[in-house]
Design a protein around this ligand. Sequence first.
Ligand code: UDP
Length: 329
Amino acid sequence: MRLLVTGGAGYVGGHTVRALLDAGHDVTVYDNLVYGHRETVPCELEVGELADRRKLDALFARARDASRPYDAVLHFAAYAYVGESVAEPSKYWRNNVAAGLELLDAMRAHGVDRLVFSSTCAVYGPPTRLPIDENERKAPESPYGESKLTFEQVLHSYATAYGLRSVSLRYFNAAGARPDGSLGEDHDPETHLIPLVLRAAAGRSPGVKVFGTDYPTPDGTCVRDYVHVDDLASAHLLALGAMETPSACLTYNVGTGRGYSVREIIEACRTVTGREIAVVEGPRRPGDPPELYADNRHIREALGWTPHYTDAEAIVRTAWAWHARQSIH
Ligand code: UDP
């Protein structure tokens, strides 16, 4: 297929681009490079803003004129810092919703009718039961989660009115890296647990802070469902094949179904790296629910998705392959 990947210079987008290329697809990345990394893009790259309708139109028109129109779009481009979204909601509504509408309307104008959308388990908010299935109450606790939920709703109305086909994938905690260490999680600023622990292990920070040790969980720390980024990538490939039905508008959780606590993750990092990691126990981070893990039955049954990585140490090992390489270069 000929595919346009927005946000393909980012973390999940970048790993998915590799998987798409490995599967023989023809890929163009569209990214503004605000958070993305130019040097990681292994295919055609068009630098542009999602809100730049003229540029998007030109891109679709050029592909059509060359008789190689895009068959589908994978839409990763978004801002994804929960805390920042609370402080600067305008940025999130504009980029994650308003700019996304420019993309959808450009697709409509050029007859491209398939989209895979990066959604998030942040659309649920605090769960009423575990594991979390797709019918869980939607009560996002941040403008980030609200913006993602709103875009899912836009996709529903575009399916009904315009026949746009879509699959929204609600990621749990994306983690890990290409096992050969060639590509990894490279956020600036970094806020995620595993890269922060591994930076400490690599001696690039003094230690890691545990946000809350008094949660109602077995060891008092938060439990999350860490899903390997290559398993997220494989979910996108399967989603591309799941839009044969006209006006299909599908939504799936993508998580392993198993939770690990913050302490278990730190322990896995100690085992994998063989290094000392200094830990400071601190207060809870506002807005963190105690426990989140996915019911992934639907994506398993409907798309035949199976996570290759289900064990925290295996995931951390791939992340470490990349972190260790950063320390050398
Ligand atoms: N966390 C932590 N210390 C950190 C960063 C994260 O204790 O420096 C905890 C956080 O409270 C949450 C879990 O690790 O329970 C995963 O957080 P992360 O930011 O990686 O992902 P989130 O679950 O917020 O999407």
